[in-house]
Write a new protein. Structure first.
Lengths: 307, 340, 541
């Protein structure tokens, strides 16, 4: 077990370099970012050249990459075009997004799994059908619209929440955005749990447990649910990273200055340093989340062992 | 999930026994690390690569797949969803069958107007007929949704399935590649990969979705193959000397496919919507193309003033997703031997 | 399902309500009357907040509050009035003697002298300082030495600038430019205190200027609090206690926050909300002309788009665009159909005049005829390029294309061609890679007709993206610049504009208005011709 984890941690090194190089190249392929800095007019060539020199954009890509990585290992992630150090951006964006992700994942687990268990046990009943309809609504109405409507109703019409999240972005402010963010993933989690539950409902060990006369609650939580969770855990694990980096729409609607927003800004402004810095951290989050999921497999299904 | 009392010691136990188990499997495991090894008692012997001793034990009563097909034909849910899908396919190919107008004929003076004779669904923000555009949008959206889903499902489940089944180095390499792909933000990927493509067909968009979509499915497939592999009948088949391909096709696939179907059918809807996101970013399908995604995304802004613009294309998307979810459910049921 | 949703919301609402009471305080700032604080929407400035390095509205907002230059544009008329300038004298339109008013200081107590200006301008012009607005100093003699096109600078300061006394300095231009003093209201010409050079990093994190406000606190990326500076010597003292600029991720969010009563001023009402403005804000909404014009430029460098006789094609296309319909439906009248290539903020005396005439009026039949006479659209289909990431251009480009397609009776005549990012779009534009018309927007730097024509259509001018070139146009512009009499100069510029019309060097689409909404807490809100709110005049009720 310990050795397994160490091995997995060591594997992160090549992935880390691979991913950063890939992202670095991708941002570079997008072309010259300087032209976007001068508004609707042409930068004068001398200033543009000077700026390129300052940001190191006049060097070959491989050299830029090496310089960048060298700096990263001394803790210097470079500066954004507005002169702000990227580490400063990260320090303000990541805590906010982590809180948002925790809220979203919490909803996915609590609401998603509960609905999944209920619908899985009552397949074909009205409750199953209603949840299916809800799923369809969530899937076909863009998050953008759900977010706006929720904001309009709760924030303006009824005044229950503040429509815009303050820069501090406390947990309580993030409840509604977190729910909106989780909505599509909720659909996945619910349907995945439902299917697994329905499938395992007839498994021998469940019958045995029922035959032994165990209380229904215990059968469901200890025997049925536990064995049905592997696909769900896999999904949620993969979703952690997606929620952190991909909350662009939700973050914009609710004025959350988080990773998704900063990353989007960095990408459209073609700011290599910001983008690579943020994605680097995201890659690490992915790796850790996936490792955690793999370890959870063994907890959920004792037959799975690590060598 | 507070109730997880199981101590982690079980790993140690597994490790302790592993070396005493016979041969190759555990060596492989220690060498390649990271593999999700099965309990050693069953791992012995027959797993040596290329070890099958002739698999001619086909007793041909009815195969699983023909069984499933018999079930499906009698399932009303399957029949209804198939009819809906057939209808979608027909209007995708011949939209003029049910819509006489031209989706590109837009009169700005009618913008955002509601339903009126001859224009049952009203007009969108540019003054185009919503009904005609919804009908014509089916072709692009269904093509993108179905092909992207198929591509993702096939690529993802094969790669993920192999990783889960063989474990070891395979798994290590594939899983780490998945991690790298996961890390690419959709916006960045879209802007980089799609902005260089000048083709205005749906293929680059589909290709892009498959490229960025497969890791998710691959992880799901891997997880469920790892679980399915533990089942007694798989262990039994292995002990009987079944070949890898036979085990995968006959024993693991039917038992591992459910989560893949679930995720794929829902993903179908998200891909249709993703196409709109890409268009919104200016790298997806371009204007003369009509699609639900584009219409949903442009209607989204006017949700307060003209919700009808959103309602119809979103409704069409919902029906499509519903049909595929029902189809997926039916197929899954048909493949599940426990329900028989 | 309805019931279930309600129950869920109710449960959630209780949780939220609890949370909301817990963090009680009101964000829209404290106080009322003269000490009241106004909260206003903001966007993250793209560049460091140096005067000569700020070329967009968000940074411009801050500069408009913390700096005052030699001239100040009147918030209503746009007229350039003396601010710190005692007098600006010239006899030959080339050599100017500027006297700076006595008694002005920076908010840190340092006196504003002639040197404050000269040093700031030299800083702004020098290549090594990377100032994006350096070209503003391009007319001053010696600019070529501090900011050469290629290679290293050969001088530290511009030879055309000389301090002649504590409050006077002289400026020598490279050529005649009679209306040059009017340009001095632009933020790039602001004076800078010594602290700017001695401790640059500290200055950037908390800028010090000589305007009616001082920066109280600045946390990058989220908000800036500005306080009224009580020692401000100017006449336009702040009427409120301070301004808090809050960064919003999206203008729609800012608008929603305004309607919820958490924000006092939004100076950029999103297009999708314009229909609701009346219902949401009533008369607390302003929509006034700003010095911004939107045009369609043509790639004259592309042989397919530069054939003799094609002016008819361009004129035909212009007539195929139903400007009235589009400005009304898509923009809800926050744009005004264009009738020339300048802006209504110039006023009649400034040179605004209906020069385009029939060519800017929708006439489908005539349009079809002219396009055919002009040889038709090259390749049968034309793509209008725009950037997709900012400014929601998709809507109007699609509407323009639909209008053209309807007029020409051909659904394939015109399609929109989105480009992913603004930077990529600008790259394609500056590298002359466009193969069809593309959107162009121009926000004036100073309210002069010259600023709408010369940088955009003069041969090889800095923002002549379409590479339009006409010797007659160039000649008239040169003559106009040399003309000392303002009225005559404007007449010459208008003649040049007529040349532009006959060539249809770019299709004028519409003038952009500034639009803003405000809360019940504040009054006396207005926008200046640069569509920046006049913060110092806002009163808190």
């Amino acid at each position: 077990m310990g050795r397994y984890v160490i091995r997995r941690l060591l594997q992160m090194i090549p992935v880390f370099f691979g991913a950063t190089l890939l992202i670095f190249l991708m941002v570079n392929v997008m072309g010259d970012p300087i032209a976007g800095l001068c508004g609707d007019r042409q930068c004068d060539p001398a200033t543009a050249a000077q700026l390129e020199k300052e940001f190191g954009l006049d060097k070959p890509v491989w050299q830029q990459y090496l310089t960048y990585m060298g700096n990263v290992f001394t803790g210097d992630f470079g500066t954004a075009f507005n002169g702000q150090p990227v580490t400063e951006l990260m320090a303000s964006a990541f805590p906010v997004t982590i809180r948002l992700t925790i809220v979203a994942i919490f909803f996915e687990i609590v609401i998603g799994i509960t609905l999944g268990v209920v619908t899985g046990l009552k397949r074909g009943r009205p409750v199953d059908t209603s949840v299916l309809l809800l799923t369809l609504v969530v899937l076909s109405v863009p998050t953008f619209v759900t977010g706006l409507l929720v904001q309009l109703l709760l924030g303006v019409k009824w005044g229950w929440i503040k429509p815009a999240v303050s820069p501090e972005a406390t947990f309580s402010e993030l409840i509604v955005p977190g729910l909106v963010l989780a909505s599509v993933s909720l659909a996945y989690v619910t349907r995945l749990t439902r299917t697994s539950i329905a499938e395992n409902k007839r498994a021998d060990y469940v019958r045995t447990a029922v035959a032994k006369g165990l209380p229904r609650r215990r059968v469901i939580s200890r025997h049925l649910l536990r064995n049905s969770l592997i696909p769900v855990v896999t999904f949620i694990g993969a979703d952690v990273g997606a929620l952190m980096g991909g909350a662009i729409v939700t973050e914009r609607i609710f004025n959350i200055h988080g990773v998704g927003y900063q990353l989007y800004q960095g990408i459209v402004r073609q700011n290599t340093q910001t983008v690579v810095g943020f994605v680097t951290i995201l890659v690490l989050v992915f790796l850790l989340a996936n490792l955690l999921v793999d370890l959870l497999y063994a907890v959920l299904d004792p037959r799975i062992r690590y060598a | 999930m507070p109730d997880q009392p199981e101590p982690l010691e079980s790993y140690e136990e597994g490790r302790a026994i592993a070396p005493t188990g016979a041969g190759g499997a555990s060596d492989l495991a220690t060498a390649e690390g990271e593999t999700l090894e099965q309990s050693p008692s069953a791992a012995s012997g027959g797993r040596a690569p290329g070890g099958p001793l002739g698999t001619g034990t086909d007793k041909k009563p009815r195969s699983l797949w023909s069984d499933a097909w018999r079930d499906l034909r009698r399932n009303p849910i399957f029949i209804i969803s198939s009819l809906v899908i057939l209808f979608l396919v027909v209007i995708s190919i011949w939209p003029q069958l049910i819509a006489s107008g031209d989706p590109l004929d837009c009169d700005l003076s009618k913008a955002q107007e509601g339903s009126q004779p001859g224009h049952p669904f009203g007009f969108n923000g540019q003054g185009c007929d919503v009904y005609t555009r919804t009908v014509y949008g089916a072709r692009t959206s269904v093509t993108v949704g179905v092909l992207a889903t198929l591509g993702v499902a096939v690529l993802g489940s094969i790669l993920g399935g192999l990783a889960g089944f063989f474990g070891g180095a395979w798994d290590g390499v594939l899983s780490r590649i998945t991690d790298v792909f996961f890390a690419i933000p959709v916006v960045l990927g879209g802007l980089v990969l799609l902005s260089v493509v000048t083709s205005s067909t749906v293929w680059p968009v589909i290709g892009f979705m498959v490229l960025l979509g497969w890791p998710q499915l691959s992880r799901i497939a891997r997880g469920s193959v790892i679980t399915a592999k533990q089942n007694d009948y798989v262990q039994a088949a292995r002990a009987l000397g079944a070949s890898n391909s036979r085990m995968m096709l006959r024993h693991i696939t039917p038992n591992a496919i459910a989560p893949v179907i679930v995720v794929a059918t829902i993903a179908l809807g998200t891909y249709i919507a993703l196409e709109a996101t890409l268009s919104y970013l200016g790298v997806g399908l371009k204007p003369p193309t009509v699609s639900w995604g584009i219409d949903i995304s442009s209607a989204s802004q006017y949700i307060r003033n003209a919700p009808h613009m959103l309602l119809w294309p979103a409704g069409a998307l919902a029906i499509t997703v519903l049909a595929f979810i029902m189809l997926g459910d039916a197929v899954r049921d048909a493949l599940d031997p426990k329900l028989r | 399902m309805r019931g279930a949703t309600h129950a869920k919301w109710a449960a959630l609402a209780t949780a939220v309500a609890l949370a909301a009471t817990a963090c009680g305080g009101d964000d829209s700032g404290g106080g009322s009357g003269a000490d009241g604080i106004v909260s206003s929407s903001w966007g993250d400035p793209q560049n460091p907040l140096e005067p000569a390095n700020t070329n967009e509205v968000q940074g411009g907002k801050v500069l408009s509050m913390i700096f005052r230059g030699l001239k100040q544009y009147d918030p209503k008329t746009g007229e350039a009035k003396d601010m710190l300038a005692e007098k600006i004298d010239t006899t030959d339109s080339t050599n100017f003697t500027i006297t700076v008013k006595d008694g002005w200081t920076f908010s840190n107590g340092e006196k504003v002298t002639a040197k404050s200006f000269v040093d700031a301008w030299n800083y702004g012009a020098h290549l090594k300082n990377n100032q994006k607005n350096a070209y503003f100093f391009g007319q001053i003699e010696g600019y070529d030495q501090v900011h050469p096109e290629k290679g290293e600078p050969t001088a530290e300061t511009m030879s055309g600038l000389k301090v002649t006394g504590p409050q006077t300095f002289t400026v020598k231009l490279t050529q005649k430019f009679s209306t040059w003093p009017i340009t001095l209201g632009y933020a790039a010409f602001s004076p800078l205190p010594q602290a700017f050079y001695t401790d640059h990093a500290a200055w950037l994190s908390k800028p010090i200027g000589n305007g009616p406000y001082t920066v109280d606190s600045y946390s990058k990326g989220s908000q800036m609090a500005l306080k009224r500076w009580d020692g401000y010597p100017g006449a336009d003292k702040a009427q409120n206690g301070g301004i808090t600029l809050k960064v919003y991720t999206d203008n729609n969010t800012a608008y929603t926050d305004l309607t919820a009563g958490n924000l006092d001023l939004v100076d950029d009402v999103p297009a999708s909300q314009l229909k609701n403005v009346q219902a949401d804000l009533g008369d607390r909404y302003i929509n006034v002309p700003a010095g911004i014009i939107q045009t369609l430029s043509f790639p004259f460098y592309d042989p397919a788009w530069n054939k003799p006789g094609q002016e008819k094609l361009r004129q035909g296309l212009s007539m195929a665009i139903d400007r009235n319909q589009i400005t009304e439906t898509i923009f809800q009248k926050t744009r005004t159909p264009a009738v020339d290539w300048t802006s209504p903020v110039l006023g009649e005396e400034g040179g605004f005049k209906d020069i385009c005439g029939d060519f800017c009026k929708y006439d489908a039949a005539e349009a079809k005829k002219l396009v055919a006479e002009g040889g038709g659209i090259p390749g049968g289909t034309m793509k209008i390029s725009y950037n997709a990431d900012t400014g929601s251009h998709k809507e109007w480009v699609d509407a323009v294309c639909n209008s053209i397609n309807r007029a020409l009776g051909n659904n394939k005549a015109c399609v929109g061609n989105p480009v992913g990012t603004f930077a990529d779009f600008r790259n394609q534009v500056t590298q002359s890679k466009m193969d069809g018309p593309f959107r162009a927007g121009w926000q004036m730097d100073y309210p002069l007709i010259q600023n709408f024509l010369q940088p955009l259509y003069f041969t090889n001018a800095s923002s002549n993206d379409g590479k339009y070139s006409d010797p007659e146009f160039d000649k008239l512009v040169n003559e106009a610049n040399a003309e000392a009499d303002t009225a005559k100069a404007i007449g010459l510029f208008q003649q040049a504009e007529e040349v532009l019309r006959d060539d249809m060097g770019a299709i004028p689409l519409w003038y952009q208005n500034g639009s803003a909404g405000y809360s019940e807490r504040v009054s006396n809100v207005s926008l200046n011709p640069f569509s920046v709110p006049v913060y110092d005049q806002i009163k808190v009720n």
